[in-house]
Every structure is written in C-alpha cells, then in structure tokens.
Design a protein around this ligand. Structure first.
Ligand code: GAR
Length: 208
C-alpha cells in the first residue's frame, strides 16, 4: 500500500474527491495518510480532520524564501514516508530540491488543457479568466508529474470540458472541477499506486 500525501492551500474539493474515491475503492493500492497545508485557514484541513487524516500546517508566510520553505515541506514529506505527493490546489511554487527528493513521485492537477493557460501566474480563477478572454471553446483539466518546470512535467491524464455562452470564470471553474478534475485526479493517483505509469523519453505512458 502506497502512502499518499496531499498538499493543499484552499477549499480542498480535489482532496475531497480523493477521499471519496479512496472510500469507494476507486483508488487501488494507496491510502491518504497525510495532508499538508500552506495556509492555516485552508478549509481542506477541516475535510482531512473530518475523515481522520493527519494534518500539518507549514505556513508559507512564516518563510522568507522559497528554498527554506521547500526544505520544510520536503522534510515533512520524508518524515511521513510519502510514496506519492499530490498537489491538490497547492498554490505555492517550490524549488528543485523537492523534485530531486521525489522524482516522478509528485503529481499536480491543473485546471486547463496544458500547454494552454499554464505556467507562472496561471492558478485558480486566473486560468479560467484567461481561457474566457481568449474565447476558447474547449478547456479542461490536466494531471501531470511535477518537475522543475512550472506545469511542464509529463502529462498523465487530460479531460476536455466545453466552454458555454455566458460562462463566468466561477461557472467554468465549477464545470471543469465536476466534469474533469474530480475524475482524472483520483484516476491518475490509482494508476500510480498500481505502478501503471512509466516515464519514457520525458513522456508519461500508461501501461495496460
Ligand atoms: C482547482 O481548480 C485546481 O485545479 C487549481 O485550484 C483549484 C483548487 O481547488 N489549481 C491550480 O490552479 C494550481 N496551479 P480545491 O482547493 O477546491 O481543490
């Protein structure tokens, strides 16, 4: 059984999707054993507590630089013996130390079809604002491995979601969460926990 640690910063609906998927047997071969928040106010912490999952808060505000903050998060993940680290609405950029400690053992859910609307500055509602400003007719979500390139690691799963007339960033965000993120994140976690993802030539390949 793999130990899954989840990094959060906000509402934690993706964490909830993972908890529900674990309960209903969708996640095979893994168990969420720890939730780490960058923000003490994150509602995601409450979701973890409600489900008996141990939590830690490592407040970003208490660290003046990225390297010190990354070290604190990396040390905590090593201490809890994480086999897989899931960024589920984790809004803090970490440096390459953590990538070296957990190579191809960290995945992130991003609320767009990478390589569109991704990279520095594209997080949360900003992603959907940019998609609506461009007028794309399809957006969606991507689960990818975390590397030193922001939103640039090997893509594991993607799901497209239509943009509709009259969408606001909030409406589009909700549709993408419901139709894509909450489905492909647990699916990718389950594939990882069953050793079904291999990275070949910088690309993630799902084994049959
Ligand atoms: C989600 O839409 C997630 O994809 C996005 O923030 C939201 C967090 O919601 N993450 C990013 O933009 C990271 N670049 P949640 O806290 O309810 O899961």
């Amino acid at each position: 059984m793999k130990n899954i640690a989840v990094l959060v910063s906000g509402g934690g609906t993706n964490l909830q999707a993972l908890i529900d998927a674990e309960k209903s047997g969708i996640i095979k071969g893994g168990k969420i054993t720890c939730v780490i928040a960058s923000n003490p106010e994150a509602y995601a912490l409450k979701r973890a507590e409600n489900n008996g999952i141990s939590t830690r808060v490592i407040p970003r505000k208490e660290y003046s630089d990225v390297a010190d903050y990354t070290k604190a998060v990396t040390d905590a993940l090593i201490e809890v013996k994480a086999d897989l680290v899931v960024y589920a609405g984790f809004m803090t950029i970490l440096d390459e130390q953590i990538v070296k400690a957990f190579p191809y053992k960290m995945m992130n859910v991003h609320p767009a079809l990478i390589p569109s609307f991704c990279g520095k500055g594209f997080y949360g509602l900003h992603v959907h604002e940019a998609a609506l400003a461009k007028g794309v007719k399809l957006s969606g979500a991507t689960v990818h491995f975390v590397t030193e390139v922001c939103d640039g690691g090997p893509i594991i799963l993607q799901k497209a979601v239509p943009v509709e007339n009259g969408d606001t960033p909030e409406i589009l965000q909700r549709r993408i969460m419901e139709q894509a993120e909450w489905k492909i994140l647990p699916e990718a976690v389950s594939l990882f926990c069953q050793d079904k993802i291999e990275v070949i030539d910088g690309k993630a390949v799902i084994k049959d």
